[in-house]
Design a protein. Structure first.
Length: 311
């Protein structure tokens, strides 16, 4: 009799369990989780695991056989070259991002005002620098800035001007690196700002026109407030990518002259790969994290605050 009762309970609970499982898999949150699971695995494999492994390496000695804690970081803090790299990385990233944002904003307005049947052509032309691999395009710029065969210097000589040691002088080498990064990254700002401009309702511009606003007032009071979130996200993403830039500096100057154009990535490569001290190179690369984290916190907090005000 007891066995029969247990069997009846099992028969009743089995359909209930199936229904519960069906409801679980039909929830939107469950569906969203499983759809995002490949991306989560990808982020873990390509971002979180390498970051954790870099932290582990940064706490080992040069032979990677003994745990030394924070000794690599304290060693870096005592080197003048490290603080020079920090300064150069900040100048490089901030200057490049500002010019990319300004050029992208101006060119986006130009393309936005082009007739619709010609916009596709202009977008395709202006996106060419961004779709070319940066190492390949930097090789072309290297020929333009070559100390002996520079195309720019050839023009200067024929104009009666003195040639410039583009990559031989620290000031001009920094200028060249920033110029190439701006040339490569400005189309990304262009396409993001162009998409944001197309989302601004025309009625707002018409209302501003009726109120007597000029073109500058329309940009300041209509366009910029409507684009602030896109601008902030684009600046944040570009700042992260620019801080981690490696190929442009490595191909053009390799950190020279006299380490005057090194950024975090190239100096970490010099110490870790070329110098054979992988833990010290990992320590240099990890120093980007607190700088970028501070930028991300301020920008994302501002976006969140404006979102709460809008709601």
């Amino acid at each position: 009799m007891v066995d029969a009762a247990i069997g009846d309970v099992r028969e009743i609970s089995r359909p209930h369990r199936k229904a519960s499982n069906r409801r679980f898999f039909q929830r939107k949150s469950t569906i969203a989780f499983f759809m995002a699971l490949p991306l989560i695995i990808l982020i873990f494999g390509l971002v979180l695991y390498p970051a954790g492994y870099a932290m582990h390496l940064a706490m080992l000695n040069k032979s990677m056989q003994r745990f030394v804690g924070l000794s690599n970081f304290t060693f870096l803090f005592k080197r003048e070259t490290f603080w020079m790299v920090v300064q150069q990385s900040c100048i490089f990233a901030i200057t490049a991002v500002i010019f990319k944002a300004l050029i992208g904003f101006i060119v986006a307005h130009f393309v936005h005002n082009v007739p619709a049947n010609k916009q596709r052509r202009w977008r395709g032309i202006l996106l060419i620098p961004w779709v070319i691999p940066p190492a390949m395009s930097t090789l072309a710029w290297l020929w333009l800035f070559d100390p002996s065969y520079s195309a720019f210097n050839w023009i200067f000589v024929h104009l009666g001007l003195s040639p410039i040691a583009w990559t031989g002088d620290a000031y001009w080498a920094r200028f060249c690196v920033i110029l190439i990064n701006v040339w490569y990254g400005a189309p990304f700002f262009l396409i993001m700002y162009l998409a944001a401009l197309k989302s601004v309702p025309e009625q707002l511009y018409e209302a501003a026109q009726i109120d007597g606003a000029n073109w500058w007032q329309k940009i300041w009071y209509v366009t910029l407030p409507m684009m602030r979130n896109i601008i902030a996200i684009t600046v944040l993403f570009s700042t992260i990518v620019t801080f981690a830039n490696f190929d442009i500096v490595q191909v053009l100057t390799a950190g020279g002259p006299i380490d005057k154009t090194h950024v975090f990535a190239t100096w970490a490569f010099r110490l870790g790969i070329q110098g054979g001290d992988i833990p010290l190179g990992a320590s240099v690369s990890l120093f980007m994290f607190p700088i970028l984290a501070v930028c991300a916190i301020f920008i994302l907090r501002d976006i969140h605050r404006r979102g709460n005000e809008a709601s």
